[in-house]
Design a protein around this ligand. Structure first.
Ligand code: ZN
Length: 150
């Protein structure tokens, strides 16, 4: 068994980002300004360029790449939890090009918004999820290294 904790649904925030916003920074800024430490989120729309990452599980390192064209955001998903005491947004998105081909990855700073609509669902509970380093994956994950791993 991994890590788990129970939450109740809180307020839902509908957020329209501005053209030219950095996708990851804008969502992170919203969470910080509204003191949201626990949430799930989804979004759709379009970007003018995408900066995404792929995590190489063998090397335990991210490989960054950019797709420098106008793309549909077919689906964006993510969550908000605490990292080093601050709201931290973790999000992945699937992108479609003019031919309908799909790309995607872990969203990095550098993704430029054309038009994005976000639905952020706050989660209410005793303590927000906290990200800590996990030896097994090399990532910062909820609950950090679990007993019996690494
Ligand atoms: Zn990720």
């Amino acid at each position: 068994m991994g890590w788990s904790r129970q939450y109740s649904p809180g307020p839902v925030h509908l957020i329209r980002l501005r053209t030219g916003d950095d996708l990851l920074e804008a969502i992170t800024r919203y969470a910080k300004e509204h003191h949201i430490n626990a949430a799930t989120l989804e979004y759709l729309g379009a970007v003018r360029r995408a900066a995404v990452r792929y995590y190489d599980q063998d090397a335990k390192a991210y490989r960054d790449f950019t797709i420098d064209e106008h793309l549909e955001v077919l689906a964006g998903v993510g969550n908000v939890s605490l990292l080093d005491g601050e709201p931290f947004v973790h999000t992945h998105m699937a992108l479609g090009d003019s031919e309908g081909r799909a790309y995607g990855g872990h969203v990095n700073v550098g993704t430029e918004v054309w038009a994005i609509e976000v639905r952020m669902q706050e989660l209410v509970g005793d303590e927000p999820p906290v990200r800590e380093f996990d030896d097994c994956t090399g990532l910062t994950l909820w609950g950090g290294t679990l007993d019996g791993e690494a």
